[in-house]
Design a protein around this ligand. Structure first.
Ligand SMILES: *Cc1c(COP(=O)(O)O)cnc(C)c1O
Length: 429
């Protein structure tokens, strides 16, 4: 049975009817399926069955809810984090510190110290200066930490421009041509146990050729480093596998991906690390919303729903397409624009789309929003932070409460004076 399916004409998440959830927490709300998370996690792992030594770390930024991370921790997943906040989420989700990998272009000294104090498994360094700082902090603590160097393989992932990360002009990693020299210098530092390299070329990748290209380049660097006398034991291949947002189109072929990885990395003799985010979580979530108005438009009606771009930013940010359907479809179809209440033309989920006929008050869902959905939510336009519900079989649990925008605003308000008198003027040197 599909995790989201109709039974008696009503859309269910596993064994729970979605109207029941709307009644309990209101709309909009994210609803996740634990079974869908587990099945994607198992499918990903099974596709890598031929890889003898591997570590799979869920990219927390795709869905940092600790209850979601807990489901994946129980599947043996570690975590790939990009901030101190995500470190706390991963630990709250029951992921062991040694299973955590810290990626990210702008880790601050405070974040590096936080991660050192927790004892995470690996730091993915993005630049030489970061490695020098990390080494010094580790030495101050009397330890040595495992680190890899992220390289920029200069390949085009052929995905949306805002989620391609492996081109020479992108901000991520060090240039391939300089990688060996930087690695030499980092490996000489007392606080670092340099054990390999990392790359991540982008997200929502369905064409595996750029990935293969990037992995081959990593293989060449691996050989160069070993020739240079380095003991390389880990290569982090990143994430990026895409999913289908439209019915009828396939997800990235994870089995073909697994076979490609096995072929390209044959003889590398390292532990391979993976950081899938979207592939694990995207299909596991829907955004439940209610129709507020059906407003006449010039060409077709506007379906004004109570979810908006602040709850699901992907359409506004990436022109993303999310399937939309009625929770209790009548069988009639219409063509409409689907929009939210936010005062931005970008608050448009779909244009001239053929959808289920809906009227004010009807419950609907946007599909495939388990990744990069709730995590990007904001309170723009004074809107509340959207709640999240995790369904597992016939149980449903609120795993994030709706947080009213006015409550957040009040918590942040007040008038705290900054002491300005006689403070020394700081000059940039
Ligand atoms: C975003 C990101 C991922 C996950 O990407 P997906 O496309 O969701 O699989 C993995 N690794 C790094 C370094 C990332 O920035």
């Amino acid at each position: 049975m599909k995790p989201f399916h109709h039974a008696d004409g009503v859309l269910h998440a596993e064994a729970v009817a979605l109207p029941r959830i709307a009644e309990a927490v209101g709309t909009p709300a994210y609803v996740y399926s634990a079974a869908a998370l587990r099945s994607a996690a198992r499918r990903f792992r099974a596709a890598l069955a031929d890889i003898p030594r591997k570590h799979i770390a869920f990219a927390v930024k795709a869905n940092p809810n600790p209850a979601v991370l807990d489901v994946l921790a129980r599947e043996g997943f570690g975590a790939d984090i990009v901030s101190g906040g995500e470190l706390v989420a991963a630990l709250d989700g029951g992921i062991l510190p040694e299973e955590i990998v810290f990626s990210g272009t702008g880790k601050t000294q405070a974040e590096l110290m936080q991660a050192l104090d927790v004892g995470i498994g690996q730091f993915n360094l993005e630049l030489e200066a970061e490695g020098r700082l990390l080494s010094r902090l580790a030495v101050e603590r009397g330890t040595r930490v495992a680190a890899v160097l992220r390289v920029n393989p200069d390949v085009d992932a052929r995905t949306h421009a805002k989620i391609t990360t492996g081109r020479a002009e992108s901000k991520f990693g060090v240039p391939m041509a300089e990688a060996a020299a930087i690695y030499d210098r980092l490996a000489a530092l007392d606080g670092l146990d340099m054990r390999g390299i990392a790359l991540h070329i982008g997200s929502q990748i369905t064409d595996l050729a750029p990935l293969e290209d990037a992995y081959r380049r990593a293989g060449e660097l691996l050989a160069t480093l070993r020739t240079g006398g380095h003991r390389v034991t880990h290569v982090d291949l990143g994430g990026g596998l895409g999913v289908s947002y439209r019915s009828g189109e396939p997800d990235a072929d994870v089995e073909v991906y697994g076979a490609m990885v096995a072929r390209v990395t044959q003889g590398w003799n390292v532990t391979l690390m993976f950081e899938p985010g979207r592939f694990i979580a995207a299909h596991a979530g829907v955004l439940l919303t209610a129709v507020t108005w059906v407003k006449p438009g010039s060409a077709h009606p506007f379906i004004v729903v109570d979810a908006a771009m602040n709850d699901l930013m992907r359409p506004a940010l990436y022109d993303a397409w999310h399937a939309f359907s009625a929770v209790e479809p009548s069988g009639r179809r219409i063509v409409a624009d689907i929009v939210g209440p936010v005062c931005e033309t970008g608050d448009t989920f779909a244009r001239a789309r053929e959808i289920d006929d809906v009227k004010a008050g009807d419950l609907c869902v946007f599909h495939t929003v388990g990744a990069y959905g709730a995590t990007m939510a904001s309170t723009y336009n004074g809107r509340s932070l959207v709640p999240e519900v995790l369904v597992d079989g016939d149980s449903a649990t609120v795993i994030a409460e709706r947080l009213d925008a006015h409550a957040i605003a009040r918590q942040r308000s007040g008038r705290r004076r900054i002491a300005c008198a006689r403070s020394p003027v700081l000059h940039a040197s």
